[in-house]
Ligand binder design. Structure first.
Ligand code: ADP
Length: 211
């Protein structure tokens, strides 16, 4: 189901169905002086978008859903797995200097930190690394696990979570990214990431009906 901008003919069809529904495709075509075949794509769009519903042998009727209701329904169909990106992880013993290099090379704003069993143990943001650099510490020997935000204080999400819920926690927690995790016997494996960019992409796709 999609939220779309309707053209003049689609608006007209919608009005006819609102006023006369349930009504067959044939009857709508008659009212518009068009053939049933000409109308078929418009009816398909209106049905897919959720404005109309069709029942065999009854015809088309108006669902009564507003644009906002349809938008909300669409939002609730977008899951983390639809928009997640590949995570960039570093080992907890790498130096702050190496983490800074990784952040530049991989072109990301958040690194996830894992232990030797590749389980999530921490998060490093740009500011975490800047803060350590300002402190004039020995960046090549300082391990990231000294400066990272560590478990259990890490906000995570799972593949099946709704993207809108992750977006809310990005705002509430004032963070830029969350790791997508899979729980393996109580430990968390990092399998993806959701950042503000992923949420922005979903937002744009929603506007362009490209879900
Ligand atoms: P920055 O401060 O670099 O703009 P963030 O806003 O993402 O980046 O990070 C703010 C603080 O929150 C940092 O100290 C970072 O370690 C921490 N942080 C980032 N992501 C998470 C997360 N998913 N869970 C918990 N803490 C996080």
């Amino acid at each position: 189901m999609r939220t779309i901008e309707l053209n003049k003919r689609q608006e007209h069809i919608l009005q006819i169905v609102k006023d006369n529904g349930p009504i067959t495709g044939e009857q709508i075509a008659e009212q518009l002086n068009l053939t049933r075949a000409t109308l078929r794509p418009d009816l398909a769009i209106l049905t897919m978008a959720g404005y109309l519903d069709a029942r065999p042998r009854v015809g088309y009727f108006y669902t009564g859903k507003t644009g906002t209701q349809l938008l909300t329904e669409n939002l609730k169909k977008i899951h983390v797995k639809d928009y997640q990106s590949i995570p960039v992880v570093v080992h907890e013993n790498v130096s702050v200097y190496d983490a800074i290099c990784t952040m530049f090379l991989e072109d990301v704003g958040t690194l996830f930190v894992v232990d030797e069993r590749t389980h999530l143990v921490g998060v490093l943001s740009r500011k975490d690394l800047l803060r350590a650099s300002i402190g004039m510490q020995e960046l090549t020997t300082l391990p990231v696990n000294i400066i990272m935000t560590r478990m259990p204080n890490i906000t995570v999400c799972e593949r099946e979570d709704l993207l809108i819920d992750v977006a809310k926690s990005l705002i509430e927690k004032q963070i830029d990214a969350v790791p997508v995790v899979k729980s393996v016997q109580g430990d968390l494996e990092v399998i993806g990431r959701i950042t503000k960019t992923n949420v922005t992409k979903a937002f744009v796709a929603l506007a362009e009906e490209d879900l």
